[in-house]
Design a protein around this ligand. Sequence first.
Ligand SMILES: Nc1ncnc2c1ncn2[C@@H]1O[C@H](COP(=O)(O)OP(=O)(O)OP(=O)(O)O)[C@@H](O)[C@H]1O
Ligand SMILES: [Mg+2]
Length: 332
Amino acid sequence: MDDQVVLRVSNLRVGFATEDHGMLVAVDGLSFDLRAGETLGLVGESGCGKSVTALSLLRLLPQPLGKILSGEILIKTKDGWEDIVRLPANQLSRIRGARISMIFQEPMTALNPVHTIGRQIFESFRLHFPEMSDKDILMKSLELLEDVGIPSPEKRIHEFPHQLSGGMRQRVVIAIALSADPDILVADEPTTALDVTIQAQILDLMLALQKKRGMSILLITHDLGVVAQMCQRTLVMYAGRLAEARDTRSLFKDPRHPYTKGLLHSIPRLGSVRKTLLPTIEGSVPALKDLLRGCRFQSRCPLVTERCREEIPEVQIKQDQNLACWNRGFHD
Ligand SMILES: Nc1ncnc2c1ncn2[C@@H]1O[C@H](COP(=O)(O)OP(=O)(O)OP(=O)(O)O)[C@@H](O)[C@H]1O
Ligand SMILES: [Mg+2]
C-alpha cells in the first residue's frame, strides 16, 4: 500500500433494515483512500450517502437499523493496519477521537446544553488521557481553545453553549474533536449552519489546524466552492456509489462523469445566496427503495444508453483517478 495512505475504504456496503422493504443499501461498493495531510472532498446531492459513509468510518451508524454489510475500513495505527469494520465494540473507543474524529453540521447538537464549555472539553481530555492531572487538563483545555481562536478562554470555559455565537460553538466543537489529537478529522457539512463570513473563518481555522497538526481531513459538503478552496482531491458520490474521484483541479477543469458535469454547472454565482441545489440537473436522487438496476444516474443522464439500464458501470481506474460511467472515459 502507498505509505501515504492513512485510511483505506474498500468495497464498503452499508444498509438500513426497514420493515417494508427489507435491507436498503445506502452505500454500495464505495472505495477510496485518504492520504496523510490531505483534505479529501466528498460531494453529492442530498441523500447520496455522504453522512452514512462518514458515520460508518466511526461505526456511529444509527442502531439497531444501520449496518455495515461488507467491505473494509482500514486505518493506519502505530501497530499497523486495523479494520474498523471488524473491530470489537469495546475497542472502538481506542480509535474514536484519538485516531479518527468527527464534527457535524449543527454545533448545538454536538454540545451538551447543560454543561459549561470547560466541563465538556475537560471530560473529553479525561476520557482520552485518564492519567492526566486536573491541572494539566485545564492547561491543555485553555491552550486548545486558544488554538481554535476562542478569545479569553479562561472566561469562556465557564459559559454554557447557548451563551456563544454559532461560529464560537463550532470552534468549541472542533476543539473537542481535536482534544485527543486525531490523525483524521471527518467534517460533515461543518459550516452549513453558519453564515457566510463565519463559514470562511471556520474553514480557515480548519486549514490552519490541519497544517499545524498534519492531520488528514475528509470534508463533506454541498458547496463546490468550498471543495475548490479546500480539497486536493474530491470524490463525487451519486445514490450510494462513486461517480468520479479525481484531483480537484482536473475535476473542475474537465469533469468526466455526466453527474459531475451537472453539479459543476449548478454552482451558484459569486455573491448569490441561493441555497437550492442543482437546478440544471432535472429530477432528484432516487429513494433507496426505488433504485433501478444498472447505473443509478440513468434516469437523469443525458448520455444514457441501453447498457446503462442493464449493468452497473465498472469503475475505471487510471493512476489516482476513478470514473464509473459506460459512456465516458478519461480520454474522450
Ligand atoms: N436512519 C436511517 N434509516 C433509513 N434510511 C436512512 C437512514 N439514514 C439515512 N438513510 C438513507 O440513506 C441514504 C443516504 O443518506 P445520507 O444521510 O448519507 O445522505 P447525505 O448524502 O448525507 O445527504 P445530505 O446532503 O442531505 O446530508 C438516503 O437515502 C437516506 O434516506
Ligand atoms: Mg448528510
